[in-house]
Design a protein around this ligand. Structure first.
Ligand code: G4P
Length: 538
């Protein structure tokens, strides 16, 4: 092949990759438990016609049969601690929906997923407004600069006034709401929405149990009053008020994370879900490459590269299986490709690449920027690792997030100290827990730190079953961690209800029993500078 034809082929390949990247939308839903995330996920997949009847993705105890056998612990508790990467086509696009584990399984993984998305949907219960878990996840999105689409859900039920909810979003988190639709009828007496982009009335039609996609009826503005009565006029007035207040959609502000387009939905009754899909396709950003450790952008058309954002171990006890989830940043991936692990320079064979849909795994053959690859037999991979082909690259490590749960780990079998030390080290490298130490507590009693308590259960389970060193965990009465300068450590250790420990990476953390203790300390000692780790509550 001459140089000329090689270049021509390369250009054709690059064009194909750019086209595939441009039609990817990779996002996650951030919400508090019970806001309707599972219901919305089902509804999205239903609208995209992946599944014929709502229910196939649901994975909660008592819901339509999908009990996972990936981990004994999951079986015992009837919940899933496994993240789902759901991929489906919609119009000309391919949507990748990454699940953010919530409920009892809220963990550092929940945050890590947000490093792998281009956009987040903030799902808010119309009756409850912004809730704690939503706020924490929002802070991570803000830190990552991820654009946010706001969805006010459960509008079919009594709830708060739409304007009040807009004020709450603006005032509490400084995100400017720019509604794309506006409800016609108050929460609980929902007639539909005013589409603020074209002025149409989209009428809400109830279907039995919301089990099938609700038909959407678009009614021209001139006929809307006849269809919805005074509620239409109120909606028009409120929408004009919003415009006068500058609350109209602005692409630049959305992409910079300053403003958020807002939609009103009833996920359970399948209303507004089409609109959300259309917004994802029309407004959400496509993958745009990423900055490497040196701050140089790797474009989507470059040679293949991906970073691992999550490692799930022990899913199959028979095989001690380990899956690493990697988000493709650039290039195209073919199953069987031999990649290079940027950290070690070692080759990584990918014959076990999988896509994960709900609880089912199927073999994945090709992936493009924005897609998620599940790599089995991935003992060598850790969250934050980079994989590449041909042209070397390394992406920055995934930040560690602020832990809120702390427990002292002790080896329960004195003859297993070596395994204990090695096991704890392995769990830390895999990102299952953070490990803190101090001279006072000694090498035999490291403190495990986690974002969610489930991480301790995973650690304990794996230490006993896989790493041959059963442990006991004694929980510590701390809730907040802050970074402290080494020179202030002694002073901090003398405080009531505070303790300084050192993380393996050398960072010193001071733990406080409550956020109020921390606040009180800062008030009394303004000269001591305490740093935050990523995430709210920190
Ligand atoms: P989550 O994943 O965010 O935790 O929430 P999930 O979808 O499980 O929804 C929590 C509850 O809220 C469910 O009720 C669900 O049916 C309900 N829900 C979700 N979206 C809407 C909505 O738009 N309108 C109304 N009225 N309800 C909604 P449940 O009683 O816990 O379960 P189920 O018996 O209804 O399945």
């Amino acid at each position: 092949m001459t140089e000329h034809t090689l270049a021509a082929t390369d250009t054709a390949v690059a064009r194909r990759i750019a086209a595939e990247a441009a039609r990817r939308r990779t996002f996650a839903v951030i919400s508090h438990p019970d806001a309707g995330k599972s219901t919305l996920t089902e509804a999205l997949a239903l609208h995209a016609r992946v599944i014929t009847e709502a229910g196939a993705v649901h994975r909660k105890a008592g819901r339509r049969a999908t009990v996972s056998d990936w981990m004994e612990m999951e079986k015992a508790r009837g919940i899933s601690i496994t993240s789902t990467a759901l991929q489906f086509p919609y119009r000309d696009c391919v949507i990748n929906l990454l699940d953010t584990p919530g409920h009892a399984d809220f963990s550092e993984d929940t945050y890590r997923v947000l490093t792998a998305v281009d956009c987040a949907v903030m799902l808010v219960d119309a009756a409850k407004g912004l809730e704690p878990q939503t706020l924490k996840l929002f802070q991570v999105c803000r830190h990552q600069g991820i654009p946010i689409i706001t969805v006010i859900n459960k509008w079919d039920r009594p709830g708060r006034h739409a304007l009040e909810l807009m004020d709450e979003i603006q005032d509490r988190i400084g995100l400017r709401p720019t509604p794309l639709t506006w409800p016609v009828g108050i929460a609980g007496d929902f007639k539909g929405v005013l589409d603020r982009r074209d002025g149409h009335f989209i009428r809400f039609t109830r279907t039995a149990g919301g089990a099938t996609a609700a038909p959407e009826e678009h009614i021209a503005a001139v006929d809307a009053h006849d269809a919805a009565g005074d509620d239409w006029d109120t909606a028009v007035e409120e929408s004009e008020l919003l415009s006068a207040d500058g609350a109209d959609y602005d692409r630049e502000q959305f992409l910079s994370g300053a403003a958020s387009p807002v939609l009103f939905t009833s996920a359970a009754l399948n209303f507004g879900v089409n609109q959300l899909l259309d917004v994802l396709v029309g407004l959400a950003p496509a993958p745009a490459g990423a900055l490497d450790v040196d701050g140089v952008r790797r474009s989507t058309e470059s040679a293949f590269s991906a970073f691992v954002f999550k490692v799930q171990a022990g899913m199959d006890s028979a095989h001690r299986d380990r899956i690493a989830y990697a988000r493709v940043v650039s290039g195209t991936f073919e199953r069987g490709d031999v990649l290079t692990h940027a950290g070690t320079g070692k080759p990584f064979v990918t014959k076990y690449a999988q896509s994960v849909f709900g609880q089912q795994r199927s073999t994945l053959d090709t992936a493009w920027p924005g897609d998620v690859i599940g790599l089995a037999n991935a003992a060598a991979l850790r969250p934050g690792d980079t994989l590449y082909r041909d042209v070397p690259v390394a992406y920055p490590p995934i930040p560690s997030f602020s832990p809120e749960h702390f427990a002292v780990a002790r080896c329960t079998d004195p003859s297993k100290h070596k395994q204990f030390r090695r096991g704890i080290e392995q769990l830390e490298q895999e990102g299952v827990v953070q490990v803190l130490r101090s001279d006072r507590r000694g090498e035999q009693a490291p403190v495990l730190a986690a974002v969610g308590p489930m991480q301790f259960e995973v650690a304990s389970h794996r230490m006993a079953t896989e790493l041959s060193a059963p442990i006991s965990l004694e929980s510590l009465p701390y809730q907040v961690a802050r970074v402290v300068e080494p020179e202030d450590a002694d002073f901090m250790n003398k405080q009531v209800s505070a303790e300084v420990l050192t993380r393996t990476d050398g960072i010193k953390l001071v733990l406080f029993s409550t956020p109020w203790r921390l606040e009180g300390f800062q008030r009394d000692n303004p000269e001591i500078k305490l740093g935050s780790l990523v995430a709210a509550g920190a």
